[in-house]
Design a protein around this ligand. Sequence first.
Ligand SMILES: Nc1ncnc2c1ncn2[C@@H]1O[C@H](COP(=O)(O)OP(=O)(O)OP(=O)(O)O)[C@@H](O)[C@H]1O
Length: 320
Amino acid sequence: MILKAENLTKSFKNGKKEHIVLNSIDFEVKEGEIFSILGPNGAGKTTLIKLMTKLLNPNNGSIYYKGKNIAKIGEKYYKEIGCVLEGNRNTYWFLSSLENIFYFGRLYGLKDGYIKKKGYELLEFFELIDDKDKKVGQFSLGMQQKLSIIISLIHQPKILFLDEPTLGLDVVSKLDIIDKLKQLSKNEGVTIILTSHQMDVIEKTADRVLLLKDSKIHFLDTIDKLKSMYSKNKYLLKIEGDFTKKQIDKYFDGLTIGNHTRNESYTEIEFYTDYCTMQQNFLKSMINDGIKITEFFKIETDLEEIIYMFLKNQGDGQNI
Ligand SMILES: Nc1ncnc2c1ncn2[C@@H]1O[C@H](COP(=O)(O)OP(=O)(O)OP(=O)(O)O)[C@@H](O)[C@H]1O
């Protein structure tokens, strides 16, 4: 475990009212993992990142880095972490990428020789080496984001915090950044803590996800666990000819019906069920009644759908 939050509470004053964003939450981040923070708009994801990077102080509770309270570590903590918050204010547009790297490297107190070596290494790794002398103002969004990440890695932090790292990026840039983050975590052992609203990014990167809602943690585990706990079996059945409403009611009695299409030549029905035996029984009786089934398969529920239903149901997973 590299980071631990204990009884963490953060509220903001909204006029005379106190708005509690995080209410006494506890969690641990494992060394080298990619840890994703999810939640609806305003859930407190950025606030949590700001608390972990000491840009904000909690009202209550503590965060421990390798067992030490970050409030007591002082400036040294910033040598252990790197951070890219949302937006492109992290770099200077009138400077080249290499000049930006030197500027920020020197702010960390690093020697020029080291900055050059590490800077070139990172520029190579992120495939920006050919653009080292180009002004950042001429960079695409994807290139700017890569440079921001390079800068946040120049002092070899143990933890990298990223707030919406792939926001606004095209598919290629997004996949490229995802690939680099995975390599950093798996090969270099960098712990990555990120927020994102893009479920494909979470699904491709995260070892574990923390789901925030209503100032509490509703889930903290792997995506597979989330899927196995909250995804219901969703199936599609296609049959020849028009299936009457009466027939649907007869055969699908007790099952949740999703989208369905009916026309003269075929009927397509999506339905949810948890019970294998029930499916088999109703399929059997359909076949016995001479109904011709042309397709029958399970539809994978994607993460976006699961999270949506999970949050809609207050995280209790009922009705999914
Ligand atoms: N400095 C601040 N002063 C007052 N309220 C704040 C401050 N920072 C955040 N908040 C409030 O705290 C809540 C959580 O904000 P935060 O930005 O952490 O949410 P988020 O989960 O990152 O949202 P989003 O997904 O929209 O980026 C919001 O209601 C926001 O208005």
